[in-house]
Design a protein around this ligand. Structure first.
Ligand code: GLV
Ligand code: MN
Ligand code: MN
Length: 417
């Protein structure tokens, strides 16, 4: 049976919820509903094994590429020309159970429901999970999808050293996911990713769906501040070269700059490590990260410049040396208007309440948009909480999002660009 234009395949919501719950058992954080599956860790391997088993059980063509991206397709030749969906199954160290996982398992559900309906598709469907989307262990974030689209060489990916001193290539080998499929990968016909919003906009407005028009720009920097380690009791304040004092001032400056610029500008210091990190020792070094984001590239550059100047001033006053390293830098991305419109029309047809919106978080879709028409669907995050084990999305919203994903992917198999 060929898919008549506009046909609907009903997804099995209970099966999707069961798979989400089963995957969430791997790396489960005790006493919470969250997960810890850092990229290329043992828990990541276990999660990968489970999802790959599900993919193989459906008889899909499953490939693992040289940076560990996994693509499962209904096409015998793999994902070339496929309508692709996907996301990631790695998490931050204190993650929730839906971030990324929803997009992958909803994609799998769409494929299972479509196969069960016996529909002959004009194009294959493919579902992918990309390596190391989170970037918390190894920068940059969206590493696997960046390599998939040719934005980072396999050689550079494999060499990346993590926050814990491990190397991507060695860890990938260790967990058995250094595959042989080519990277960059096959170019899909289109890519649509379902994801939880991870912010408060939909929940506050009581809306079911976000039609995502783009992703804000991301700038990650690591600063190493080096001063003079000394005795906490004997060193007069005026004679100190204290890198922690500068780190604190830089963190406040980042916050002030974001507040002054306003709009979508945000600034986060999410990691700060002192050496030697002892109660009675003025630290020798402070290593900190700064995450700046904005939907507008020019304003993001302004924030970066202001913070660079302010950091240099603060360090000079304290006599502290600064070295700076870019961990990730991605410009804002605008999704394909045709795919955005398609999602909006299908959501309207299904009577879903929605709004168009940008994404505050980074996503694999922003990389895929470099090689094919791309957009995203958001479902609400309760209280806007994410990157937190308490992350939650109501079951009916998860299912509504997955059904809209099904409608969108099937419609896109009929579209020619
Ligand atoms: C990735 O999840 C990010 O937005 O930090
Ligand atoms: Mn995510
Ligand atoms: Mn995330």
């Amino acid at each position: 049976m060929r898919l008549p234009y506009g046909a609907v395949v009903s997804i099995d919501g209970a099966r999707l919820l069961d798979r989400l719950a089963e995957l969430a058992q791997i790396g489960a954080i005790e006493g919470t509903q969250g997960c810890s599956r850092l990229a290329f860790s043992d828990a990541d391997r276990e999660g990968r094994d489970l999802v790959v088993t599900w993919m193989r059980d459906l008889g899909l063509t499953v490939t693992v590429d040289t940076v560990g991206n996994v693509v499962a397709s209904t096409g015998g030749d793999g994902a070339t020309g496929a309508v692709m969906t996907g996301s990631h199954i790695d998490t931050v160290g204190t993650g929730g159970r839906y971030d990324g996982n929803l997009g992958v398992l909803a994609g799998l559900e769409v494929i299972e429901a479509t196969l069960a309906a016996g529909i002959e598709l004009q194009r294959p469907l493919a579902v992918a999970f990309f390596s190391n989307e989170e970037g918390s262990r190894y920068p940059p974030d969206m590493m696997g999808s960046l390599a998939y689209v040719g934005g980072m060489s396999v050689e550079s990916v494999l060499k990346v050293e993590g926050a814990d001193g491990t190397i991507v290539g060695e860890e990938l080998e260790r967990i058995g996911y250094r595959g042989s499929a080519p990277c960059p990968g096959a170019i899909p016909h289109a890519y649509v990713e379902l994801h939880i919003e991870q912010g408060p906009v939909l929940d506050r407005a009581g809306l079911q769906i976000g039609v995502v028009e783009g992703v804000q720009g991301i700038s990650w920097t690591e600063l190493v501040l080096t001063g003079q380690s000394n005795h906490a009791g004997t060193t007069p304040m005026a004679l100190r070269r204290d890198p922690m004092a500068v780190a604190a001032e830089v963190a406040v400056a980042a916050r002030d700059i974001a507040l002054e610029l306003g709009g979508s500008q945000v600034a986060t210091v999410g990691s700060l490590t002192l050496h030697p990190n002892l109660v009675n020792v003025v630290p020798a070094n402070a290593t900190m990260t700064i995450d700046l984001r904005n939907t507008d590239e020019k304003t993001l550059q302004l924030a970066e410049n202001q913070l660079r100047i302010r950091t240099a001033e603060l360090a000079e006053v304290e006599g502290v040396d600064v070295t700076s390293r870019a961990l990730a830098r991605f410009e804002p991305v605008e999704f394909d208007g045709r795919v955005v419109n398609q999602i909006e029309q299908l959501a309207t047809k299904s009577g879903l309440s929605m709004r168009r919106m940008p994404s505050g978080a980074g996503h694999d879709a922003q990389m895929l948009s470099r090689i094919c028409p791309t957009a995203m669907i958001f479902v609400p995050s309760v209280d806007g909480v994410s990157h937190n084990p308490a992350e939650h999305t109501e079951e009916q919203d998860l299912i509504a999002g997955a059904q809209l994903l099904a409608d969108t992917l099937l419609a896109l198999t009929e579209v020619t660009w």
